[in-house]
Design a protein around this ligand. Sequence first.
Ligand code: KIV
Ligand code: ZN
Length: 377
Amino acid sequence: MRNRKISIFDTTLRDGEQTPGVSLTPEQKIEIAHQLSKLGVDTIEAGFPIASAGDMESVRNIANAGLTSEVCGLARVLTKDLDTCIDAGVGMIHTFVSTSDIQRIHTIKKSREEVVEMSVNAVQYIKDHGMRCMFSAMDATRTDLDYLIEVYKAVEDAGCDIINVPDTVGIIAPSGMYRLISKLDKEMNIPIDTHCHNDFGLAVANSLMAIEAGASQAQVTVNGLGERAGNADLAETVMSLHSIYGAKTNINTEYIVETARMVERYTGVQIPPHMPIVGENAFAHESGIHTHGVLENSDTFEPGIMTPEMVGHTRRIVLGKHAGKHAVLRSLQSANINPTDAQLDAIIKKVKMLADKGKRITDADLYTIAFDILGRP
Ligand code: KIV
Ligand code: ZN
């Protein structure tokens, strides 16, 4: 994995917008698209143009915005869907069809043979229009393996540029994903992409396993948004690739937090404080032992291979019932308050008393406590 180049396909504006309750305006979508391009994602899935007039407008605006990222639109394997993407002016069409028996029988009601034929026709149609084509076998991880390979080989023969392997209901185990992608990698001659859902909290792990097994692209969303429990989170996937695996992407990681906060604002879906990398607490320390260590050398209680600066975050020392001497003293000194040892002990006692009552200690609280004990300057 070291030094391997992995492409990042962002679907915040498509699967991310399928988050229950989320609906973005065309103005918000274009702003997010500009931010994703600045972040350095290789491909932006701008939407599903057949879904609504608003989505069509958004996809068209984004396709014409002159972004560095490639712009992609989603389409079923139906000519009317493909035509909307062509009209929107995207550079790539991501076309999909259900291949698992459960979805094929109960949703599209087509035979296996019909699905192969529709897939091949869609890919040929896209290629005849001179566009790049990604094909997804929806619910790939619940599809009979021999049949899955048959579908993928048929679309490869039809000229498809890249196949996507969706774990549509997020049910595969990381070891299973590794085996599946290894097998497909042996069978296929075109690049492999993955699209992992997070129903069991395994979306990032499964994406990383797919990449270890030979996939060269991962589909992600900002803040892990998406249908149900969401998709593989962009920040977690990219930072794991960079910092743990030593792989490379085109992501400018210093914009990760800025992007996460923009998407939080526009979607109204709050980032949980303990969310890895972008959460408010991702680089915050409260316990006395931890803060003492971190104030000496931040690698003591942080990964070190990922710093807050790398992702545009800041380190915070939080005062609470676990606060230690070093943290309180450092906070006071940064405000030019220099207590004696005895005064510091009295301040800490008061801080812990308040914290025990469930109070969150702000800087203003700390200064008030200190001035009560030291007297006002
Ligand atoms: O989850 C899924 O299978 C999808 C497809 C459209 C790729 O979102
Ligand atoms: Zn999906």
